[in-house]
Design a protein around this ligand. Structure first.
Ligand SMILES: [Zn+2]
Length: 330
């Protein structure tokens, strides 16, 4: 291992062995020792790499499994993101459009999805790349879900309100199409049948036979059921909510009382000639926020006589049985 070195002595011309002095020996020994240590370290690493310990083998397998599971999770997240996107499209283009709600701007839908770095133990991972990605995607999905959930709550509330409005708004003829009636006076200015002067007529007049059933034209509550002092004779006023009221005047009989809840189609009285009237007819009036509107614009449900009878029979079946009221006749 150690090679002896010789040199020629110029005086004796003989070969002499080269001998190291003390400091050279120390340097040699230190260098030699360090070389040995370095060699030992390299051999250990090389051995471990070539022959991993059982624990390293288990960790390695676990690592492969975890990476595989993360890949599966990423794929599943992609499916969830697609479904969420589909829901967003349906929400904006269908549900909100039908209910006249504006689409939610992308800036709001994307709010809070900047991809914050994960906290906690994930910060301490040596290679957090894949875990970070999954964590950020879950955070984005969670944020979008909250916005979508709030949007669907709003859609639901608007739909319920619309349903209530549709049920309440006056929308049928107060007399069945099966009962013969004719329009004797329309909405607007006309010559007053009593004075001959041109005056505003805030409703429509439907002439017909005495005793025809008069039906409530939308869900509501009776607020007036009286003999009017203003020429309406026996009249009923129904408050439908949402600013709508309807008046049925010149009735022969009244079948409802103040505070009574009514369904669309329920009979509120019969056609008559009471009050300031020149013949048997119904004065039908609709007001929106206390301003008169033309009732002809409120016949949305163009029901046939059969459909009208079915609606009325259903409404009157569920109605409280009529009890004649004690009313003073004026
Ligand atoms: Zn009238």
């Amino acid at each position: 291992m150690f090679v002896r070195k010789y040199h020629i002595n110029p005086e004796t011309l003989c070969y002499e062995r080269v001998r190291l002095n003390r400091s050279q020996r120390i340097r040699f020994l230190v260098g030699f020792s360090m070389g040995l240590i370095l060699l030992a370290i390299l051999m250990r690493f090389g051995f471990e790499r070539s022959f991993p310990t059982p624990r390293q083998i288990i960790y390695h397998k676990q690592n492969i499994i975890l990476r595989s599971e993360l890949s599966c999770l990423n794929a599943e997240l992609q499916v969830v993101e697609s479904q969420l996107e589909e829901l967003r499209n349906r929400d904006d283009r269908f549900y909100r459009a039908i209910l006249s709600l504006d689409p939610i701007p992308s800036s709001i839908r994307g709010a809070g999805t900047g991809g914050a770095k994960p906290g906690g133990i994930l910060q301490n991972l040596r290679d957090p790349g894949m875990v970070n990605d999954v964590s950020q995607r879950i955070e984005k999905i969670s944020s979008k879900m909250k916005i979508q959930s709030n949007s669907l709550d709003r859609v639901y509330n608007k739909a319920v309100k619309n349903q209530q409005l549709l049920a309440a708004k006056p929308s049928i003829n107060p007399i069945s199409p099966g009962d013969p009636t004719w329009l004797t006076s329309g909405y607007g200015y006309r010559n007053d049948p009593f004075t001959g002067r041109r005056t505003a007529h805030h409703g429509i007049d439907l002439a017909g036979n005495y005793g025809l059933d008069i039906h409530c034209t939308g869900e509501g509550t009776v607020t007036v059921s009286q003999v009017s002092r203003n020429g309406y004779g026996k009249e009923v006023v129904v408050d439908h909510g949402f600013g709508y009221t309807s008046r049925y005047a010149h009735l022969q009989d009244i079948h409802v009382e103040v505070g009574q809840k009514l369904k669309r189609g329920e009979v509120i009285g019969t056609l008559g000639n009471t009050g300031r009237s020149t013949g048997p007819h119904l004065h039908y009036e609709i007001r929106k926020n206390d301003s008169p509107v033309n009732p002809m614009y409120f016949y949305y449900e163009n029901l046939s006589a059969g459909e009208y009878t079915l609606l009325a029979s259903k409404a009157n079946l569920s109605a409280t049985p009529y009890q004649p009221m004690a009313m003073s006749q004026k």
